[in-house]
Design a protein around this ligand. Structure first.
Ligand SMILES: *Cc1c(COP(=O)(O)O)cnc(C)c1O
Length: 418
């Protein structure tokens, strides 16, 4: 697959090989990342990248859509079947444009939107001030309960009554607990708001029935396709039939031109993979791994936001250890354990050196790691946390990490190491 790159551009070829080696030789625990199958990877590099398909199936602006219409319809139908949705738009180039388009379909600029604040686990596009979603709209942000580290549905209802948002957003990027979408539905109905649910992080868990689905409880559900869902980088909106025309129009021609048909073909494949019975096993194992890792970290005296996890991610609050997230994330990276530093609820340290560390289990679960490997990982994290300045200890952990990675090559159907 890479031989033409080697011939045409040895510089890029070398960089891709280096990145492949980095991915193979590290414990990748950024919770939004994964490893896609070889089939998904190949579709993203297929001839569909050559085609322009502005418009929607049956209503395009250029000829030559005999095949692209079938590809897009297939992706739509599979998305609807997998998630039990009335309608689907598979054209958003990624999660952020999917959100912006959906808000614009359901509200006017200047209307009030209400989402979870970024430092409490919300996404930038849920109305945070540096995102245009926080500038085009009047944004009101709810927060987690400072005592429990959990969503507080009474507080959200109170705020919704006070601010009367046009759109109530559920979903998050750094919340380790199950979200009760039925409660968001009730709150939205109580104040006459549309409920938009962003399941970007958990779409694969929802597909694998390891997390409650937002689909029955939301006017529109937005998602990325490349996180736990394990598809190509992209975005998607599932919606009630009554909203799909407005959402389609907001995506194209509202925000985008031509859809990325190579990505949509890869999404169709990923959705097909997610319908297979082993996908539910994968989703359940992601959660089992995260729970085991959380249990071990608690035993080592780490403080976890909300005290644990119900999903694929863990948010460590390092304030009781007297350190911030960045030096630990950097030291772990030197030992080939890749995580990210993150704000925690009530954080007074700034966003460039916050007090938390976020980690997740999707990519390592795809590689086949299970509870026993989580015990090893928790041990390394603890050792490195106690030895942030000791490069010998970090290097020793690093060589043990490489040994573990060599025992977990990507499964056969996945892209093999170089
Ligand atoms: C990742 C994420 C997005 C944005 O996705 P991009 O593809 O990076 O634009 C949106 N919402 C949530 C909740 C996310 O976690």
């Amino acid at each position: 697959m890479l031989s033409s790159i080697k011939q045409t551009d040895p510089v890029v070829y070398d960089l891709i090989c280096q990145e492949q080696a980095r991915q193979n030789n590290s414990i990748r625990m950024i919770p939004s990342e994964n490893c896609v199958s070889k089939a998904v990877m190949q579709a993203t590099g297929s001839c569909l990248t050559n085609k322009y398909s502005e418009g929607y199936p049956g209503k395009r602006y250029y000829e030559g859509q005999q095949i692209t219409d079938q590809v897009e319809n297939l992706a739509r139908e599979r998305a609807k079947a997998l998630f039990g949705a009335e309608a689907a738009c598979v054209q958003p180039h990624s999660g952020s444009p999917a959100n912006l388009a959906t808000y614009c379909a359901l509200a006017e600029p200047g209307d009030t939107i209400m989402g979870l604040a970024l430092p409490h686990g919300g996404h930038l596009t849920h109305g945070w001030k540096v995102s245009y979603t926080g500038k085009f709209f009047k944004s009101v942000q709810y927060e987690l309960n400072p005592e429990t580290g959990r969503l507080d549905y009474d507080h959200i209802l109170e705020m919704a009554k006070e601010h009367k948002p046009k759109i109530l957003i559920s979903g998050s990027s750094a919340y380790p607990r199950e979200i009760d979408f039925s409660k968001f539905d009730e709150i939205a109905k109580a104040v006459g708001a549309y409920h938009v649910s962003d399941m970007a992080h958990i779409a694969g868990l929802v597909a694998g029935k390891a997390h409650m689905s937002p689909v029955p409880y939301a006017d529109a559900v937005t998602t990325t396709t490349h996180k736990t869902l394990r598809g190509p980088r992209g975005g998607m909106v599932l919606a009630k039939e009554e909203h799909i025309a407005a959402i389609n129009k907001a995506v194209f021609p509202g925000f985008q031109g031509g859809p990325h048909m190579h990505t949509i073909s890869a999404l169709a494949i990923a959705l097909h993979e997610a319908m297979a019975p082993d996908f539910a096993t994968y989703a359940a194992q992601i959660v089992a791994n995260a729970k085991r890792l959380a249990e071990k970290l608690l035993e080592y005296g780490f403080d976890l936001v909300s005290g644990g996890t119900d999903n694929h991610l863990i948010l460590m609050d390092l304030r009781n250890k007297g350190i911030t997230g960045k030096p630990l994330a950097k030291a772990l990276d030197r030992a080939h354990i890749v995580t990210n530093y993150n704000s925690v609820p009530g954080d007074t340290a700034g966003p460039f050196n916050p007090s938390g560390l976020r980690m997740g289990t999707p990519a390592i679960t795809t590689r086949g790691m299970k509870e026993d490997q989580m015990d090893l990982i928790a041990g390394w994290i603890n050792t490195i946390c106690d030895n942030l300045e000791n490069e010998d200890v970090i290097a020793k952990c690093g060589s043990e990490v490489l040994e573990l990675c060599s025992q977990f090559p990507l499964p056969d159907t996945f892209v093999q190491p170089q």
